[in-house]
Design a protein around this ligand. Structure first.
Ligand SMILES: [Zn+2]
Length: 344
């Protein structure tokens, strides 16, 4: 089955540098990526235009006042929302296509048109809360797509993995009381936005359905893979999701200017391969949505490296039995906490 790549030229029109000349979220991030993919004949992926999300779809996870606020601010020519987050006149339209791309990807996956999808869109989404834009994010693309999958497309359980180096505070906030979305995030702490402690496991009926795995600066592949294999994926398998969505940032790369983790391009390949194996063994589709990644060359290199892996038709490797985590290690501590809710 083929793989689908969603993008839209409107996503290039959102440019925070009009307000903040040194802003790291530039249209060139996507341009560099698209040039690299074009040189590789899009790696055999079929391309689709990302449509706009409807306001009703946005309002499955956002307050109507928030949607209005972004629309009105952009209609007035834009401005600063906070010290990191800026919009211009075209940003509302860019954000509608970014969220709409994620929604269209999920609809295509659930219609059986492909087993994997990738959204090369911006502005990114995972910091956007129900009623607040922040951290370069206006609407929460992954959250909108997950909510549409449940509310409009009949799914009962969606698993979201956020491997961006920053905590996906918006996605966590939106779903923190819901048991139909399992949200897992591996992220650096301390780092913006300073949320995502291990002890925050969701609340009310959503208790246990939020998995926050903070790692210290300088963390590398061995810790990220251990947390993925020994905490995140066993919990995800037990959750029995019908769809896997990934908030895919590439800013945990050693060369990224905004964080201090030490992943290599090959680390993202390994992470992506394990997530793809999990989805394939479960027989469910995998949709990946771009979040951060601020070294343009590294971002392009990472996406070009993972697309063939998640689209590949090689035999999946079921999750192997893991050696016990080193007593006292961060992984052992995380297994103790998350193991109260899931059979790890
Ligand atoms: Zn990030």
């Amino acid at each position: 089955m083929s793989s689908l790549y969603f993008s839209h030229s409107a996503c290039l029109e959102h440019d925070p540098r009009a307000h903040s000349p040194a802003h790291p979220d530039t249209p060139a991030r996507l341009l560099t990526l698209e040039r690299a993919l074009a040189e590789r004949d899009w790696l055999g992926w079929r391309r689709r235009e990302a449509p706009v999300a409807s306001e009703q779809q946005l309002e499955l996870v956002h307050a109507a006042e928030h949607v209005r606020f972004i629309a009105d601010l952009c209609a007035r020519g834009g401005g600063a929302i906070d010290p990191d987050t800026f919009v211009g006149g075209s940003s509302f339209r860019a954000a509608l296509h970014a969220a709409g791309g994620a929604v269209a990807m999920v609809a295509a996956l659930l219609a059986g048109e492909a087993s994997v999808g990738f959204c090369g869109v911006r502005p990114s989404g995972h910091h956007a809360e129900r009623g607040r834009a922040m951290g370069f994010c206006l609407f929460n693309n992954v959250a909108v797509a997950a909510a549409v999958a449940i509310a409009e497309l009949g799914l009962r359980r969606v698993f979201i993995l956020d491997w961006d180096v920053h905590h996906g505070n918006g996605t966590a906030e939106i779903f923190r009381r819901r048991p139909d979305v399992l949200f897992a995030s591996i992220h650096q702490l301390p780092l913006f936005p300073s949320t995502g402690q291990l002890e925050d496991v969701g609340s009310g009926p959503g208790e246990g359905y939020t998995i926050n795995l903070p790692v210290p600066p300088a963390s590398g592949e061995s810790l990220w893979l251990a947390l993925l294999e020994q905490v995140v994926l066993p919990a995800a398998v037990a959750f029995e999701p019908e769809l896997v969505l990934v908030s895919a940032g590439f800013d945990a790369h050693a060369q990224d200017p905004l964080a201090e983790c030490n992943l290599q391009t090959s680390s993202f390949v390994q992470i992506a391969a394990r997530v793809r194996d999990m989805a394939q063994v479960a027989g469910i589709p995998l949709g990946v949505v771009l979040e951060g990644g601020y070294d343009r060359a590294v971002l392009a290199e990472c996406v070009c490296a993972i697309l063939p892996v998640i689209a590949g038709d090689q035999q999946p490797h079921p999750l192997a039995a893991q050696p016990p985590a080193q007593p006292g290690s961060l992984t052992a501590h995380a297994r103790g906490q998350i193991g109260r809710y899931w059979p790890l």
